[in-house]
Design a protein around this ligand. Structure first.
Ligand code: AMP
Length: 583
């Protein structure tokens, strides 16, 4: 029997000691160096586990692409030396615009081996978000497919002066490869694996993830190699991962969860990572759990709600009855509030609950969780992990932090700084970075409450960012895309509650004189937004309004938008849960 794990919040010195000791479970490099890719891949080969399966990518027809740890070490070594040949220097940014396919894993880990900074982009983004992020991150290399390049990058290439090399993964005969780009597979084959071990230190930059705020451009959250301490630790503590495990994280590698828990964390534990190359399909997902004998499954509330929907009818249930899911030992969720019903449904359907976990791009790893062996309170995010000091605080006007001591009182969720995967900066924006801290606390931007037994409950966001199907969407980015239309005078974008996606993006648009907000203009605006932003970010509905609610200083009051009358048809699409999101 596993004893109840009570989580808890250690004193700060305990927290430091905790992370120091967690560091000991990593191999490390000579002279105190640390490299995420070495911990995730080469370490296992050195320990004699090169023949173990590291990665299994499954496609729609069930065809699998298997890569052992030994092969992954070779491929990532080749990619690292290819980057060196291309003149990529430590600290340079290498971007991907790819789905869940071997190239994304090879690029991520090969870049880290070469000392570069890996930055994944969500492949469902349209040209605008891709341009903003590639420009801001000064991407020197982009790995993508010929199709994605043609549809989304070619038209913005002239705006990307830093982008020197494009590597194309799916076009071995070069038919669609843009002039001047490099074929990924051929280049890997021709490269010699890097002979020198990577020489990075814990504080060297490693990962760059773009995340959204209420205003301004997306923020590039920077992480260092030290983050792997938390990835390794949480792989073990939250998921109990070891070499015997088959781990399936359904998040897209274009988001923080898809990279930290879809690639790095399970590999540091020597587990086999299963990746589904396709979009969400409830029946196929069940089959994948069975056929790949998944032992630990990390997914998101939107996906769980869609599975619940299938299960709610006899016909739906019949499609998945009789499957053998006996290998599954742990199910966990992240990215959005997990409804209590979903936890209970997990128990009924799979014989075990979903374990909610909480973290965000800036924290770099799971901070709060319902650990295995801990009594789950359905609807609660759980308790802070050992080494994590959390609190509910009020941010006083003079900058001081006051703890909310009363149980169940909502306030800002804050974390005492000092854990190794805390972000190191917002690229090029020190002011915003500094504003995220006060009195030694990192202010998460989430509102939460803590009950008398120390369980944390999500209350909402303190800002106006939208969480739709697990994707964090900045209203400003959507507003800017719509403002490009000549008929548009003003736009305010807000999230509207949705039973499956959590929230959907709705744009409230006021028009310039002489224009009518009819169905045709709505269609034009929706299609323009979809083309520019990509379907996952574009609004699901547009509401024409006379005026937008504003503060005295003229700022749009996004929260009040939701109370405006909704006119006209809703163009909501089915959400796409495994497109990524934090989840
Ligand atoms: P991202 O930075 O894209 O990973 O999004 C992080 C945000 O997702 C958090 O700040 C929360 O608002 C939300 N989030 C993540 N996990 C949970 C959870 N377990 N419950 C509620 N909200 C969550």
């Amino acid at each position: 029997m596993v004893p109840e794990n009570t989580g808890g919040t250690p004193a700060d010195s305990d927290a430091s000691a905790h992370w120091l000791s967690a560091r000991q479970s990593l191999a490390g490099l000579a002279d105190g160096g640390l490299n995420i890719a070495f911990e995730a891949v080469d370490r296992h080969v050195q320990d004699g586990f090169g023949d173990r399966m590291a990665l299994r990518c499954v496609d729609r027809r069930g065809i699998v692409d298997d890569i052992t740890y030994g092969r992954l070490a070779d491929l990532t070594g080749r990619f690292a030396s290819l980057l060196q040949q291309l003149g990529v220097r430590p600290g340079d940014a290498v971007f991907t615009l790819l789905g869940r396919e071997p190239a994304v894993y090879i690029t991520a880990l090969g870049t880290l081996k070469a000392g570069g900074v890996f930055c994944p982009l969500f492949s469902a983004y349209g040209p605008d978000p891709i341009r903003t992020r590639l420009r801001h991150g000064r991407g020197r290399v982009l790995v993508t497919t010929a199709q994605l390049y043609k549809r989304k990058v070619a038209q913005i290439r002239a705006d990307l002066p830093d982008l020197e090399h494009v590597l194309v993964v799916d076009d071995p005969w070069g038919q669609h490869t843009p002039a001047g780009s490099i074929d990924f597979a051929h280049a890997l084959e021709a490269a010699t694996p890097m002979s020198e071990p990577p020489r990075t230190s814990p504080n060297d930059p490693a990962l760059l993830f773009f995340t959204s705020g209420t205003t301004g451009a997306p923020k590039g959250a920077q992480h260092a190699h030290a983050a792997v301490v938390v990835h390794r630790e949480t792989a073990q503590r939250v998921f109990g991962l070891g070499r015997q495990d088959v781990f399936w994280c359904t998040a897209d590698p274009g988001w923080v969860t898809g990279t930290c828990y879809g690639i790095i964390a399970p590999l540091t534990a020597g587990a086999t990572v299963v990746a589904d190359r396709e979009e969400f399909d409830a029946v196929r997902w069940y089959r994948l759990l069975q056929d790949q004998a998944v032992t630990v499954w990390y997914t998101a509330p939107t996906a769980i709600r869609m599975l619940m929907r299938l299960d709610s009818t006899a016909e739906g249930r019949a499609l998945t009855d009789g499957l053998d899911l006996s290998a599954l030992r742990l199910m966990a969720s992240v990215g959005e509030p997990l409804n209590p019903q979903a936890v209970l449904w997990g128990e009924e359907r799979f014989g075990r609950p979903f374990h909610d976990t909480w973290w965000q791009t800036e924290t770099g790893g799971i901070m709060i969780a319902n650990l295995d062996g801990m009594k789950i309170r359905p609807g609660s995010m759980g308790k802070p992990l050992p080494g994590v000091v959390a609190d509910i605080v009020e941010h006083a006007p003079d900058g001081r932090i006051e703890q909310v001591t009363e149980p169940d009182q909502p306030g800002m969720l804050a974390l005492k700084t000092g854990w190794p995967s805390l972000f190191r900066g917002y690229l090029g924006d020190d002011e915003r970075y500094r504003a995220a801290f006060a009195d030694g606390w990192y202010l998460t931007g989430d509102l939460a409450r803590r009950d008398r037994d120390g369980y944390y409950w999500f209350v909402g966001r303190a800002d106006d960012v939208i969480k739709s199907a697990g994707h964090l969407i900045g209203p400003f980015e959507v507003e800017s895309a719509l403002m490009n239309h000549p008929a548009v005078a003003e736009v305010g974008v807000a999230g509207k509650p949705d039973p499956i996606a959590g929230e959907i993006v709705v744009a409230y648009v006021s028009l310039k004189p002489g224009h009518t907000g009819d169905a045709e203009l709505r269609r034009t605006l929706m299609s323009q937004a979809r083309q520019r932003l990509g379907a996952a970010v574009a609004p699901r509905d547009i509401v024409f309004v006379e005026t937008l609610p504003k503060t005295n200083s003229g700022k749009i009051l996004r929260r009040e938008l939701r109370t405006l009358d909704i006119q006209g048809e809703t163009a909501a699409n089915t959400p796409r849960p495994n497109d990524g999101g934090s989840s």
